[in-house]
Ligand binder design. Structure first.
Ligand code: HEM
Length: 519
C-alpha cells in the first residue's frame, strides 16, 4: 500500500462515495444486485481461505538475514557460503506438524524450521525440522504415518483423545524409535521457537569449484539455548495462550531482542560414507560429532516482524528442491520424494505461479527469465522476452556450465544415459533422440522427392518461401534455405533464391552448434 492513509475504494481502485457500512437497497427493501461495493466485498470474503498446508499448517515466522562468518569455499561453490561477511536476506517459518492452522503452539510435536534464503544466485530453501532425525526412511510410509498422527477419520478427534492409531502405527515401524525418544523427551515441547535448533536431517551433497563432493548435514544452533516445557507446563500455557510461541517471537523482535542462531556443517567424504556404520541416506540416524565435528560457517538473525501474516508467511512456498549451485540433494529417498512433493503441493495450495508471489519471488541481481508463461494469477509474465529458446534474443549465460549466451549451448548439459536406447521402446518407455542424425532427414526427403509430384513440389516451395519471407533476420532466412538443402540441395537453392539469401550450406545443426545472432 503506497499511502499510510489510503482512500477507501472498491477492488478496482475507485473511491467509494457511499458509507462503507451501508448497502444499497431498493424502495421495497431488497438489496440491489448492482451494488458493486457490496458484491465486491461479499464475493472476496467468500474466497478468503486457501487450502491450508496438509502438514505444518499452524505456524508463524519473521524476516532476517544470514551472514557468512567462515568461508566454505573448500567444500562448496555456493556463493552465499563463500563470500565472508556477505549478508543474505531470509524469512523463517516455524510450525507444528499435525495441528491444523491456528492450532495450539505448546503441543508435543516436532517443529518445522523452514528458511527461505534469497541468495545472489536465486532462492534456496532449507526446509528443516527441530530434530536431526525423522520418523521414517521410506517415503511410502510418509502418508500413512502422517494419517496416524492426524484426526481419526471416524471420531474426528486427535490422538490426545484416543492414541490407538498413533501407537498401532509406531509399534509396527520401529525405525520411528529415534524420533520418538526425542519427541517424548525434554525437547518434545520447545519453550519457544527461539530456543530450538534447526537440522537438515537429510544428507546433502556439497560440490566445490573443482567438482569434488562431500556429504553434508546442516545444523542451525540456537544462541538462546535449547529448552523445553513439561507436558503439564505445555497444557497450562495452552489454556492461557494457544499462540504462545507466536507471541514470544513477535514480542522479542518488537523489543529489539533479536533471536540468533549459529550455523554449522558436518562433512563426510565418500570414502568415510562407505565405512560408516549407517547409510548416509538414512534419515533416522545422526552422525556422531566426535567422528564428524561441527564446523561453523555463519549466523542467522531474525530482526523484522512481518507486516502481513498472510502475504509474508502463509504464502511462503518452501521446497527442498530449491537449491543453488554447489548444493545438491543426496539420494536419501525421503529427500528425493520431497523434491517432488513440495512444488506439487504449492501448485495446488497457491497456484501455478506461486513463485511470482512477492514473498517467494527471487531477488537475484541478474535479470532472469525462462520459458514459463501465463497461467492463473500471473503477476509478471516476462514482458516481451521470447517465450522459447530464441537465437536472436538469447538468454544471458550466467552459470559457469553454459556458454550459450556467447556462442553455443553446452552439449553436455542435460545429458541422460538413456541415449543409447534412442528412439526405441524399452520396458514400455520410449526414449527419444536428443541429437539429430541422418535418420531424421530420410523420411521428409522421401516425402518431398518421391511422393510429391512436380506440382506439389512447386506449391511446397512457394509455401515455404511465402511464409519465411516475413522473417526479420537474414541469418534466420539463410538457416531456412540451409535446412531444406539437407533434404535436397536443389530445393535448398530454390528456397535461397526465393528468400534472396546466399547459396545454402547443407549442414545438420546439433543443439551444441545452435547459432545465435549477435545484435
Ligand atoms: C511441510 C511433505 C518430510 C519438513 C510439508 C508439506 C508437505 C510436506 C506436502 C506442506 C508444504 C506446503 O503446503 O507448503 C513431506 C513429505 C515428506 C516430508 C512427502 C517425506 C516423504 C519432511 C522432513 C522434514 C520436513 C523429513 C524435515 C527434515 C517440513 C517443514 C514444512 C513441511 C519444515 C513446513 C514448511 C513451511 O513452513 O511452509 N511437508 N514432508 N518434511 N515439511 Fe515436509
Amino acid at each position: 500500500m503506497s499511502s499510510s492513509k489510503p482512500v477507501y475504494a472498491t477492488s478496482n481502485g475507485v473511491p467509494y462515495e457511499g458509507h462503507p457500512y451501508e448497502s444499497q437497497r431498493t424502495s421495497d427493501g431488497y438489496l440491489n444486485l448492482g451494488d458493486f461495493h457490496l458484491i465486491d466485498e461479499l464475493a472476496h470474503f467468500d474466497r478468503e481461505r486457501i487450502p491450508e498446508r496438509v502438514v505444518h499448517a499452524s505456524g508463524g515466522g519473521a524476516h532476517g538475514f544470514f551472514e557468512l562468518t567462515d568461508s566454505l569455499e573448500d567444500v562448496t561453490r555456493c556463493k552465499m557460503l563463500t563470500q565472508v561477511g556477505e549478508k543474505t536476506d531470509l524469512t523463517i517459518r516455524f510450525s507444528t506438524v499435525a495441528p491444523e492452522t491456528g492450532g495450539i503452539d505448546t503441543v508435543r510435536d516436532p517443529r518445522g524450521f523452514a528458511i527461505k534464503l534469497r541468495t545472489v544466485e536465486g532462492n534456496m530453501d532449507w526446509v528443516f525440522n527441530n530434530t536431526p532425525i525423522f520418523f521414517i526412511r521410506d517415503p511410502l510410509k510418509f502418508v500413512p504415518f502422517i494419517h496416524s498422527q492426524k484426526r481419526n477419520p471416524k471420531t474426528h478427534m486427535g490422538h490426545g483423545y484416543d492414541s490407538t492409531v498413533f501407537w498401532d502405527y509406531a509399534t509396527q515401524n520401529h525405525e520411528i524409535l529415534h524420533q520418538f525418544v526425542y519427541l517424548f523427551g525434554d525437547r518434545g515441547i520447545p519453550k519457544s521457537w527461539r530456543k530450538m535448533n534447526g537440522y537438515s536431517g537429510h544428507t546433502f551433497k556439497f560440490i566445490n569449484a573443482k567438482n569434488e563432493m562431500v556429504y553434508v548435514q546442516i545444523h542451525v544452533i540456537s544462541k538462546q539455548g535449547v529448552e523445553g516445557f513439561t507436558t503439564e507446563e505445555g497444557n497450562k500455557i495452552a489454556s492461557q495462550n494457544p499462540d504462545f510461541h507466536k507471541a514470544d517471537l513477535y514480542e522479542h523482535i518488537e523489543k529489539g531482542e533479536f533471536p540468533e542462531w549459529d550455523c554449522y556443517i558436518q562433512t563426510m567424504t565418500a570414502d568415510q560414507a562407505e565405512k560408516f556404520r549407517y547409510s548416509v541416506n538414512d534419515l533416522t540416524k545422526v552422525w556422531p560429532h566426535k567422528e564428524f565435528p561441527l564446523r561453523k560457517f555463519g549466523r542467522i538473525v531474525l530482526n523484522r516482524n512481518v507486516t502481513n501474516y498472510f502475504a509474508e508467511i502463509e504464502q511462503l512456498a518452501f521446497s527442498p528442491s530449491h537449491l543453488t549451485p554447489g548444493i545438491e540433494a543426496s539420494l536419501d529417498p525421503v529427500l528425493q520424494s520431497r523434491l517432488f512433493s513440495y512444488p506439487d503441493t504449492h501448485r495446488y495450495r497457491l497456484g501455478v505461479n506461486y513463485q511470482q508471489l512477492p514473498v517467494n519471488r527471487p531477488r537475484c541481481p541478474f535479470g532472469f527469465g525462462n520459458m514459463q508463461r501465463d497461467g492463473a494469477n500471473v503477476i509478471e509474465s516476462q514482458g516481451d522476452f521470447p517465450n522459447y529458446f530464441s537465437t536472436y534474443r538469447p538468454f544471458q549465460a550466467q552459470t559457469r556450465d553454459n556458454g550459450f549466451g556467447n556462442e553455443k549451448l553446452d552439449s553436455t548439459a542435460g545429458d541422460f544415459s538413456a541415449d543409447k536406447h534412442d528412439g526405441i521402446m524399452r520396458d514400455g518407455v520410449r526414449y527419444f533422440l536428443k541429437h539429430v542424425d541422418e535418420r531424421d532427414y530420410e523420411q521428409p526427403r522421401a516425402l518431398y522427392m518421391k511422393v510429391f509430384d512436380d506440382g506439389a513440389k512447386q506449391r511446397f516451395r512457394e509455401n515455404i518461401i511465402n511464409h519465411a519471407s516475413t522473417i526479420q533476420y537474414t541469418e534466420i532466412k539463410q538457416r531456412v534455405a540451409d535446412m531444406f538443402a539437407i533434404l535436397d540441395l536443389k530445393l535448398g537453392e530454390q528456397i535461397a533464391e526465393g528468400l534472396k539469401v546466399d547459396k545454402p550450406n547443407p549442414i545438420p545443426v546439433q543443439p551444441a552448434e545452435m547459432r545465435f545472432i549477435r545484435q
